[in-house]
Design a protein around this ligand. Structure first.
Ligand code: TXA
Ligand code: MG
Length: 321
């Protein structure tokens, strides 16, 4: 069987087939506006366990539960006034909330990997929403890549990474955002940003007031989110940041108009949104054994550039530990 044998176009019939797989405990990869997710019924322990197995994911890393809206989120987690405010502003969209889990949520305990909290997100992508509606329940979905690889932004990435481990891959083209969702922790009085994403710290503070930036735990402090471990976002060869040019045995990943025309470029015009959407595909394309390292040109640290630099820093740090 070729790697791509289970990629299917998102027709009415294939969406029904995907929902049917979810109902019987199967695994379905589907597009969201951020990255492709590897979905299973969030209430079915065996199905959720299959996600961990397919990804070879350390079992301590909890999963995001996808829902259609605030109302369904509230059935699974305690959505307080802050969560309601953020949901009104940014849902459906690339923002996940970590909130206290409801005792009667019916969610698999494995989804939270033993924590008494749960991450909830209402995605904006029309195919993700169509699948949620047809399935009629919560879909647990981490990014659809093997653990430690960069997240997939096309159906072909999913097929290459997870291939025949999953029942079906719904093809919705390339993901518009291209970076995983922003994760905000609302479990304590002081909201804390756990992962940078397309919804920026400034946008969150605009809605809520002060938000702690907990994305880079200080030395000796345990990470607040298991996904903060550096290896989460790494290609297999080293990544060198803030490079002016590539050494002879390196390959350049450029940004902006000053990059040589022949090099891979995240955005020739220097557009951060375009760069975010291209980032993971570019890292994958350049992750080849004939290069010693990927040399990445500087990316401005403003707006979406923060999230891009965060992912790049993790990719670089993974080889320094
Ligand atoms: O954009 C996204 O969020 C994508 C799409 C598919 O929705 N999903 C995604 O899932 O990136 P994943 O599993 O690769 O990343 C989930 C992140 C991890 O960093 C995980 O540690 C954190 O969310 N997380 C999940 N549940 C948590 C919890 N209860 N407490 C703290 N962190 C949590
Ligand atoms: Mg992931």
């Amino acid at each position: 069987m070729s790697d791509n044998a289970n990629i299917l176009p998102a027709s009415d019939q294939n969406l029904d087939a995907a929902a049917a797989h979810l109902c019987t405990g199967g695994l379905v990869a589907f597009p969201t506006e951020t990255v492709y997710g590897l979905g299973a019924d969030a209430r079915n322990d065996t199905a959720v366990a299959r996600i961990f197995a397919a990804k070879n994911r350390p079992s301590f890393n909890p999963l995001i539960v996808h829902v259609l809206d605030l109302q369904s989120a509230a059935a699974f987690g305690h959505m307080d006034a802050r969560a309601e405010k953020l949901a009104a502003a940014f849902w459906p969209g690339p923002l996940s909330f970590v909130v206290p889990r409801r005792a009667e949520s019916g969610l698999s305990l494995l989804v939270s990997a033993g924590l008494d909290t749960v991450a909830l997100r209402a995605p904006a992508h029309p195919l993700a929403r169509d699948l949620l509606a047809r399935f009629g329940g919560p879909i647990a979905a981490p990014s659809a890549n093997a653990a430690g690889e960069v997240s997939p932004t096309t159906a072909a990435h999913v097929a290459r990474s997870l291939g025949s481990n999953i029942d079906l891959i719904l093809d919705g083209g390339a993901c518009a955002v291209g970076l995983e969702s922003t994760v905000i922790d609302l479990c304590s009085d002081r909201p804390a940003l756990l992962r940078h994403g397309a919804i920026t710290l400034e946008q969150l503070e605009g809605a809520l007031g002060a938000v702690d930036d907990a994305t880079r735990p200080t030395d000796g402090q345990a990470p607040r989110s298991p996904g903060q471990i550096a290896r989460h976002y790494a290609p297999s060869i080293p990544v060198r940041l803030n490079a002016d040019m590539a050494a002879p045995d390196e390959i350049l990943l450029g940004f902006g108009p000053s990059c040589p025309a022949t090099a891979e470029n995240l955005s020739r015009t220097g557009d951060l949104t375009e760069a975010a959407a291209n980032l993971f595909a570019a890292l994958r394309a350049l992750d080849r054994p004939e290069y010693r390292a990927i040399a990445v040109m500087p990316i401005p640290g403003t707006g979406l550039g923060r999230a891009i630099n965060d992912r790049l820093r993790r990719a670089a740090e993974a080889h320094n530990v």
